[in-house]
Design a protein around this ligand. Structure first.
Ligand code: ATP
Length: 142
């Protein structure tokens, strides 16, 4: 069986609501909730890919505050095994209405940290949210 590698980058985007509570931007594809992310193009820096994918998938402009680390997982396409790496950044929301990309995303929305913890479908993403919470505490946001 052939093995291929894939490399994506994405963001844990946060903003504060009118009550000062931190909200996190998640996307839904079919029944699965995760963070916005996508393929790193050839020669493209990871951080730029992450910002570009957040904008393309959710309509949101953000700025990077911290690097949260990578996750990896395996999946199959036909007879090919894919080993995928995703590099995540903590991002602060800057501007833009939340508009899910029509072709790929069924829903995009900001939700409370508690709701995000419950909604995230993959354990790797839950780990990234934990790291984002630690980072926000370190930066004095939480
Ligand atoms: P990208 O958003 O990077 O362009 P994609 O939409 O092509 O990628 P993935 O989101 O990586 O693809 O999904 C490919 C497969 O991996 C799907 O079957 C999905 O359910 C599964 N998957 C996605 N994220 C994770 C994860 N964090 N852990 C385990 N499996 C995952």
């Amino acid at each position: 069986m052939a093995t291929k590698w894939e490399f994506s980058a994405g963001g844990v985007v946060f903003r504060k609501n009118e009550n000062g509570q931190v909200e996190i931007l998640l996307i839904r594809v079919k029944t699965r909730w995760s963070f916005p992310k996508g393929n790193i193009e050839r020669g493209e820096p990871k951080d730029q890919a992450a910002l570009r994918e957040v904008k393309e998938e959710t309509g949101v402009d953000a700025k990077i505050l911290d690097y949260l680390g990578e996750v990896d997982y395996w999946y199959n396409i036909g007879l090919t095994k894919i080993h995928k790496f995703v590099y995540y950044y903590l991002m602060e929301y800057l501007s833009g209405d939340v508009v899910p990309q029509k072709e790929e995303i069924d829903e995009a929305k900001f939700m409370s940290i508690a709701e995000a913890e419950k909604s995230l479908s993959y354990s790797t993403d839950k780990e990234i949210l934990d790291r984002a919470i630690k980072s926000m505490k370190k930066l004095g946001i939480l």
